[in-house]
Design a protein around this ligand. Sequence first.
Ligand code: FAD
Length: 442
Amino acid sequence: MTKNINIIGAGLAGCEAALQLANAGFKVNLYEMKPSEYSPAHKLKDFAELVCSNSLKSMEPHNAHGLLKQELLKLNSYLIKTAFEMKIPGGKALTVDRIQFAKKITELLSTNKNIKIINQRVDEIFEDEINIIAAGPLITHTLFNNLKKYTGEDTLFFFDAIAPIIYYESIDFNNEAIILGNRYGEFDEGDYINILLNKAQYSEFYNDLINAELHNPADFEKDKFFEGCMPIEELAKRGFDTLRFGPMKPVGFHYKDGGRPFAVVQLRREDAANTLYNFVGFQTRLKYGEQERILKKLPGLTNIEFARKGSMHRNSYINSPKCLTQFLNLKNHNNIFICGQLCGVEGYVESIATGLVAALNCGNFINYGKYLELPDCTIIKSLINYITNPVNAKKFQPMNANFGILPQLSIPEKNKKKRYELYAQRSLEALDNFKIQYAKLS
Ligand SMILES: Cc1cc2nc3c(=O)[nH]c(=O)nc-3n(C[C@H](O)[C@H](O)[C@H](O)COP(=O)(O)OP(=O)(O)OC[C@H]3O[C@@H](n4cnc5c(N)ncnc54)[C@H](O)[C@@H]3O)c2cc1C
């Protein structure tokens, strides 16, 4: 109980971790560079700042984001509890006044006698001490580079756009334009779902793309693309055929009757259970509504449901499948926990969730020499399993809460609504049992 724990970053993950540990009796040093320095997206003096939208997404328990919140409430998340207490009208979404929310969390932190707030930028990890690094996707470059010493040179990424992901079952496989398999029939059959387009369909898609409305980038995001992950709409603006020679290359494919397509959209499987598919090369900063409008016009995709929309921002994160354990500490340095967006989850609530898990594991390890085994059927644990699964190391991209990452039900359920209800029931029951075990442990 006497050891100090250094938490770096008082954002969403860091604040949750600090409150968890301090309220369990640990002494916490909470380092935050604000207000003397701000990342390009942070503006408020207070902590736990929601940098963009003020929505924490759905509250409905049969939605993956809603279930994640229910799980977090069961695990006594301070930030989610506070968000519910302070919620403002926002339909089915948990919406808060970002200024009041940040103020309230800062008050909880600053009045806690176990938390010492140190307004200082950290450039180096405290090598011989316990660290929880929660410096977010806009972590300072010096600290990010220092982290490489512990994670390995090749384990840190920087990217600026992600592609949308859709649910497999929402694709219309009866459509003639959909072909399963790989270019030239290489690799195992069925790794990809291919949507073949004729010239008219491609032209319409191209015109839609170059004229679509973009998410309004902050100044620091403007035109700082890497060639390797150039947003698809930017590539399209280079010329009518650019996409046909790039991510929509049609070579190696033909229609069932033998005819040749003019262009091809490829969807790549995202998870072992075969429930999620990613649009290959379709990283985008189109407005969400525009993504939906344009992609739903493609053959067989009229009724698609999105597990994640494409988005665009600077994002520093580690290659967690390579270097992080399922307890959120580094494989080679168990005194360094990493959480929040920096460990490869995507989203406000997901960041909070990993802050909570890192704190529980850190505290439990100090007190009892063991980590917590959260139930695999929860969204929280499935997210962590996804980001720490070595098979995802090669092309690791951040993941958000969705039902596609959960283990399948023991008895398959075809009806989607019922299936989601069963997922929620299974998870919340498992957490009730888990809480009992955890209570026994402490
Ligand atoms: C521009 C942008 C917009 C986003 N919009 C959304 C959205 O609308 N909805 C959504 O769900 N998710 C969004 N995200 C993704 C993600 O949910 C947020 O970034 C979220 O805040 C991540 O939480 P975190 O705790 O990991 O990091 P943060 O909340 O960013 O907290 C990190 C903290 O660490 C501090 N810090 C950084 N480096 C140092 C250092 N060296 N020393 C001391 N302190 C340091 C920062 O000042 C900051 O307070 C967005 C991300 C970005 C970059």
